[in-house]
Ligand binder design. Structure first.
Ligand SMILES: *[C@@H]1O[C@H](CO)[C@@H](O)[C@H](O)[C@H]1NC(C)=O
Ligand SMILES: *[C@@H]1O[C@H](CO)[C@@H](O)[C@H](O)[C@H]1NC(C)=O
Ligand SMILES: *[C@@H]1O[C@H](CO)[C@@H](O)[C@H](O)[C@H]1NC(C)=O
Ligand SMILES: *[C@@H]1O[C@H](CO)[C@@H](O)[C@H](O)[C@H]1NC(C)=O
Ligand SMILES: *[C@@H]1O[C@H](CO)[C@@H](O)[C@H](O)[C@H]1NC(C)=O
Ligand SMILES: *[C@@H]1O[C@H](CO)[C@@H](O)[C@H](O)[C@H]1NC(C)=O
Length: 543
């Protein structure tokens, strides 16, 4: 019966309204996370959770199956995040589950309907092995931008992550409970997601990124696609399933000459990890070669938002970087997206930008797996298709225009058969998915529409009510809207900001990855944090 209602909903919505089931796009944008703290911006996806809805900021997470939401007890690593205020901002606000009337606690994540496995390949975050078994669990409604769905949630009680990917984690892994729920609810046609990170820290071409579910954005890609199978096997050593090989890295000087900084026969296998905070975590020899080619001399490492980047205070390189992948894809990254200003969240919660310094968004690795991180997707476009078990990349077209294309094997509601890719006729819009009409529901409609008129009326009532209940969108303030955020160099000598060095000469930030030792038991805590409770009462726990 439920299945029939879902089917009817999907058919009715798409054939009568022509709008409800199809790909949806959400902005990846600067969101102010704490109304009590000026400039407390984090870049992510604004979302609502619980009843009444609480505002949080989420980061799409490529390998997690479950979605993990932080409450006031989800603490931050004090070696990277120096106080509670910074933690609250960098977490993207806290979800206070006790304030949500729709939160239902369960004994564990699996009994909440969560996925029973997360991948634990070497290179993933250190605590992921015990995340399912140690998290507080329950179900609540979550609206990332396409309406509320009720999904299982883990609320970490283990300090499992690194200090630089702290936002609420929207799990988009191979058995993603969020994608599964949207497909079952007939909101999207397939378990496909696509990502463009946008452009940051620049005045002239800053733009929001976009996450598309159920398809991709044709406006944001250029040329042919490069498609490979998703491979999660231990042997590949790539926990997101997306392994590529960088054959060559070219330094593109302003005078037009290009210089290859990778020796012949030194191709680097990389795991694509779009949530990571840099462009490339690469063997340190390559980062050294970049410095030699550009004659830049670092003054240490960044302990800010681009944690572990190399830091410079003079003689900034003004050219670009080109990646040549073994599959044929070429990606040219503009200067502004790999030599960014120094950025951090100050103790008072404000995001501060110091333009007198630059961070090279490449981190020299010793023996950890190399990764291509979020800044790669300022210049490349990624699509992950869990139904077809493939991932696809294009050269990105950095554009605020949007034209969504459904990618689907079956149809909405997950009930139709058939194969192949359904593409919509091109349409140019402003990022609103509601202009897209899936092309693959007609056949289903023909078969069932006659017998379901009554159910369709029920569905209509349901949909109208759902729309009425929907809250107005979170107000976001993007980089381009508030340039003053980027124009106030706020750099203080390291000891005044952190009480310790912000960057180390010769020192190196410690990696907390699964190839290190498991965390000591004191990282798991269950104690009450009275100071956090006070903060919550001051501002209602929301923005
Ligand atoms: C995916 O997770 C669900 C629980 O959300 C579980 O029932 C199902 O067996 C999992 N699928 C696979 C292929 O393991
Ligand atoms: C997600 O769930 C599937 C099915 O349970 C499991 O095989 C996989 O290891 C999990 N994680 C990833 C990244 O695939
Ligand atoms: C990628 O390219 C192939 C071959 O040109 C084409 O058949 C396929 O539809 C393309 N995929 C997408 C998602 O555009
Ligand atoms: C361009 O600039 C680079 C770096 O300064 C230099 O090595 C190279 O010779 C220049 N090429 C030309 C054609 O001037
Ligand atoms: C850059 O940093 C070095 C070492 O910390 C310092 O000696 C130098 O004066 C700084 N240069 C500028 C332009 O700030
Ligand atoms: C927050 O701290 C930064 C850096 O110390 C400072 O520049 C800024 O003015 C402070 N903001 C407020 C609102 O106090």
């Amino acid at each position: 019966m439920t299945a029939i209602v879902h089917l009817v909903l999907a058919v009715w919505a798409s054939s009568v309204l022509g709008q409800e089931c199809g790909p949806v796009a959400f902005p990846i944008t600067d969101v102010r996370t704490d109304l009590a703290a000026a400039n407390s911006f984090m870049r992510g996806i604004p979302a609502k959770i619980g009843t009444p809805p609480q505002d949080i900021v989420m980061l799409p997470w490529a390998e997690l199956n479950n979605t993990y939401i932080y409450d006031e007890q989800s603490d931050c690593d004090p070696s990277i995040i120096f106080n509670e205020q910074i933690c609250k901002v960098r977490r993207g606000g806290y979800f206070i589950e006790t304030d949500s009337t729709s939160f239902s606690k369960t004994s564990d994540l699996i009994s909440a309907g969560g996925a029973s496995q997360e991948i634990t390949t070497t290179g993933t975050e250190i605590g992921v092995k015990r995340l399912i078994s140690t998290s507080l669990a329950g179900r609540d409604r979550l609206d990332v931008g396409s309406g509320f769905v009720n999904i299982p949630l883990g609320i970490p009680r283990l300090r499992w992550d690194n200090g630089y990917t702290t936002l609420h984690a929207l799990g988009l892994g191979s058995n993603s409970t969020y994608l599964n729920a949207l497909v079952q609810a007939g909101q999207i046609p397939s378990r496909v997601w696509s990502l463009f990170w946008g452009r940051m820290w620049t005045d002239f071409d800053a733009m929001d990124g976009s996450l598309v579910l159920g398809g991709y954005d044709r406006e944001k890609v250029i040329g042919r696609n490069f498609t490979q199978p998703l491979d999660y096997s231990e042997e590949t050593g790539c926990w997101t399933g997306m392994k590529v090989t960088v054959n060559s890295l070219l330094v593109n000087f302003r005078n037009g000459s290009d210089f290859s900084i990778m020796p012949r026969n030194s191709a680097v296998q990389c795991c694509i990890v779009p949530q990571r905070q840099l462009l490339w975590e690469a063997p340190s020899g390559i980062v050294d070669a970049f410095e030699a080619a550009t004659q830049m001399k670092n003054i240490g490492f960044s302990f800010g938002l681009h944690w572990s980047a190399r830091l410079y205070n003079s003689s900034f390189f003004d050219g670009e970087l080109s990646f040549l992948l073994s599959n044929g894809l070429q990606v040219r990254v503009p200067n502004s997206q790999f030599l960014t200003p120094f950025v951090d969240v100050a103790r008072n919660g404000s995001r501060v930008v110091d333009r007198s310094k630059r961070e090279l968004l490449m981190n020299g690795l010793a023996d950890q797996p190399a990764t291509l991180g979020r800044y790669f997707f300022t210049s490349a476009y990624l699509m992950v298709d869990h139904d077809a078990k493939t991932f696809t990349m294009w050269q990105a077209n950095p554009s605020v225009k949007s034209s969504l294309v459904a990618v689907s094997k079956g149809g909405c509601g997950g009930t139709a058969g058939g194969t192949g890719t359904a593409a919509n006729p091109p349409s140019t819009g402003t990022g609103s998915s509601s202009q897209e009409t899936p092309s693959n529901t007609g056949a289903i409609a023909g078969g069932v529409v006659g017998g379901v008129a009554v159910l369709a009326i029920i569905a209509a009532v349901f949909l109208i009510r759902r729309r009425r209940n929907r809250d107005p969108p979170v107000s976001t303030e993007g980089a381009s809207d508030s340039p003053e955020v980027y124009h106030k160099p706020q750099y203080l000598p390291p000891q005044e900001i952190h009480g310790t060095n912000m960057y180390h000469h010769g020192g190196k930030p410690v990696e907390l990855r699964a190839d290190n030792e498991l965390q000591p038991p004191q990282y798991i805590h269950s104690g009450k944090r009275d100071s956090r409770r006070t903060v919550h009462e001051l501002d209602g726990g929301r923005f």
